[in-house]
Design a protein around this ligand. Structure first.
Ligand code: GRF
Length: 216
């Protein structure tokens, strides 16, 4: 099976990009996808340095409205899939449509809670702590034209502990992102998980289900 060509869009340090690269490397020749291009919405994004360290083509993306330039970048990379990895810009509708069913995002909370426009970074975790919630988590979802509202692929719970600060909680959630997101991306690349015509994700394998700590 030919590996899917994955384009990654990032805005920050690129730890989710790195987790994906590391996971695909562990799969070796059986990897269902390979990262072929990285786009960053900021010239100082650490994701660009990670891309070049991995020998992967990359460039700064400045086209956030119409999307013609970004669409050209994705076409030049012959991308089959688009992975948003800490990408803070809205994806132009033309691109969401072009990659319907093969564009994923990771959100550091259990959508639909604590999501939507403006809910990113520390703000998410501050809102979770302020709410008194004892469990937050990670959501991987297909991307549609609204922020954080595409079909959910998988979710993992992460405990909120007494005394958590937004930074401490963000780091705990990020570790869960690094475990869950690459596996979801690989499953979509392999065709194990698909976006159904009913608008829902289908086929989530057991390895992506959380192990709930049920009372004995
Ligand atoms: C993190 O806040 C993560 O929760 C979210 O994007 C931010 C940066 O991630 N998904 P990364 O290190 O740039 O992948």
């Amino acid at each position: 099976m030919t590996a899917m060509r994955i384009a990654v869009l990032a805005s920050g340090g690129g730890s989710n990009l790195q987790a994906l690269l590391d996971h695909l490397a562990t799969l070796g020749a059986t990897a269902p996808g390979q990262v072929v291009w990285v786009g960053a919405s900021r010239a100082d994004a650490g994701a660009l340095a990670r891309a070049s360290a991995a020998g992967i083509a990359s460039n700064v993306v400045t086209d956030f409205d119409v999307g013609d330039d970004l669409l050209a970048d994705l076409a030049a990379a012959r991308a089959d899939m688009v992975v948003l990895a800490g990408y803070l810009k809205r994806v132009p509708p033309a691109i969401v449509r072009a990659f319907h069913g093969c564009m994923l995002n990771v959100h550091p909370a259990l959508l639909p809670a604590f999501g939507g426009a403006g809910m990113y970074g520390e703000r998410v975790h501050a809102a979770v702590i302020a709410s008194g919630a004892r469990v937050t988590g990670v959501t991987v979802h297909f991307v549609n034209e609204e922020f954080d509202s595409g079909a959910i692929v998988a979710q993992w719970p992460v405990p909120v502990l007494e005394g958590d600060t937004p930074l401490v909680l963000a780091a705990r959630v990020l570790r869960a992102e690094h475990a869950l997101y690459p596996r979801c991306i690989a499953a979509v690349a392999a065709g194990t998980i698909i976006l159904g015509t009913d608008g829902r994700a289908h086929g989530t394998p057991a390895e992506l289900l959380p192990e709930f700590a049920l009372p004995q």
